[in-house]
Design a protein around this ligand. Structure first.
Ligand SMILES: NC(=O)c1ccc[n+]([C@@H]2O[C@H](COP(=O)([O-])OP(=O)(O)OC[C@H]3O[C@@H](n4cnc5c(N)ncnc54)[C@H](O)[C@@H]3O)[C@@H](O)[C@H]2O)c1
Ligand SMILES: [Zn+2]
Length: 351
């Protein structure tokens, strides 16, 4: 498990064709959402034109990562000749790769699937690592399974139609990977011209980013230890996301992560000695590109509660992943309430 090959494609049609030749299936299904159905399908049309493909399309966005869409996919697989030897291609962002991966893991006790991520977030995060699932009962990713795709095919040409906020959202996870990986990778990331990224350089950086996640996941597939490194920025980031949701403010996950990174780098500085100049640079970078998450001191208690309820905590203490420097991860760090308040003040007021 958790060894799905990630292929950085020069020619996605060729790669897909070779995969489909190698893993023969009695029926091939293509899962898209309403946006990727229109915007992304053409880029793989060549490899599919000689084959009988049955298309399944679901409504877009995380709000539709639910039982209704899942049942629709099961229904389509079941009534259109799906068998144990069928194959599902998931073409879309994290919503499609999560839901499609879960549908593949459960239909006939598991059929083959291939992930073709079309958002930056899905390329560097959602489509790798083997976690699949849906939201349920008001809770994110409440139902799911670990299930590997045969392969993940990455091609930055899909990003040409993606809006800048979704690019930035995916880049938030790449910054996180840079911070937990190495100084060199982090420097390369903050040097990239994000407004107008050269696609070959972006593809190279995506390749490194995926490798950072893949290596960690391979070492600790079930998140008992070092996989927690991937939670950097997420304890605070999830609290920001939940607060925004409660107040009907729409923010993308990767933005919350970028803002959460700044808070957790502050804690890293105070608790683990992360150098101050690094905190300053990262903080300036994030503020310049992502702006700020607005909140006041009246939100402190609620944010604290939300961090407390993060499902990754055990025994009523807030558990952070911190850094003593770039590439030096310290998992299972607990922090006093007073320092968390100081951190939130720092975020609002700066150094
Ligand atoms: N499994 C994991 O390890 C993991 C990790 C991180 C996130 N996730 C999940 O991933 C989901 C978020 O992923 P996402 O940010 O990709 O969101 P998404 O799949 O909802 O995509 C965002 C929007 O972009 C559209 N889109 C997709 N590709 C496009 C393209 N090439 N051009 C134009 N528009 C395009 C989609 O239709 C959608 O409207 C969440 O459900 C989250 O829980 C899973
Ligand atoms: Zn994340």
């Amino acid at each position: 498990m958790n060894n799905q090959p990630v292929i950085l494609c020069k020619d996605i049609n060729l790669e897909l064709q070779q995969l489909l030749d190698k893993h023969t299936a009695d029926r091939i299904f293509l899962l898209t959402d309403e946006h990727t159905h229109v915007l992304c399908k053409d880029l793989i049309a060549n490899s599919l034109k000689e084959r009988a493909i049955y298309e399944i399309t679901i409504k877009p966005e995380d709000t539709h990562k639910n039982t209704e869409s899942l049942c629709h996919v099961w229904q389509e697989l079941s009534t259109h000749g799906g068998s144990r030897n069928s194959l599902l291609i998931n073409l879309g962002g994290g919503m499609v790769t999560d839901l499609g991966g879960f549908a593949a893991s459960t239909f006939k006790r598991g059929i083959k699937c291939i992930n073709i991520p079309t958002t930056l977030l899905a390329m560097v995060d959602a489509s790798v690592g083997g976690k699949t699932g849906i939201n349920f009962n008001g809770l994110k990713n409440e139902i799911g399974a670990f299930y590997d795709a045969l392969a993940v095919l990455i091609d930055t040409r899909f990003l040409q139609t993606l809006d800048q906020t979704n690019i930035l959202s995916g880049y938030g996870e790449m910054l996180k990977h840079g911070l937990i990986a190495s100084q060199q990778h982090f420097e390369e990331l903050i040097a990239l011209d994000l407004e107008n990224p050269p696609m070959d350089e972006l593809q190279r950086l995506i390749g490194i980013s995926v490798e950072v996640k893949r290596k960690i996941v391979l070492e600790d597939p079930k998140e008992q230890g070092i996989r927690k490194a991937l939670n950097l920025g997420h304890t605070v980031g999830h609290a920001f996301e939940s607060l925004a949701l409660e107040e009907d403010r729409h923010i993308l996950h990767g933005y919350a992560v970028a803002w959460g990174l700044i808070c957790e780098l502050y804690l890293s500085h105070v608790v683990c000695g992360l150098p101050l100049p690094l905190l300053r640079r990262a903080s300036n970078y994030v503020t310049t590109h992502y702006g700020r998450f607005e909140f006041t001191c009246n939100h402190t208690d609620r944010l604290m509660e939300l961090m407390m309820h993060d499902k990754k905590n055990v025994g009523g203490v807030i558990n952070f992943t911190l850094l003593s420097n770039i590439g030096e991860v310290k998992i299972n760090q607990t922090v006093d309430r007073s320092l968390i308040i100081e951190m939130l003040d720092f975020y609002r007021e700066g150094l």
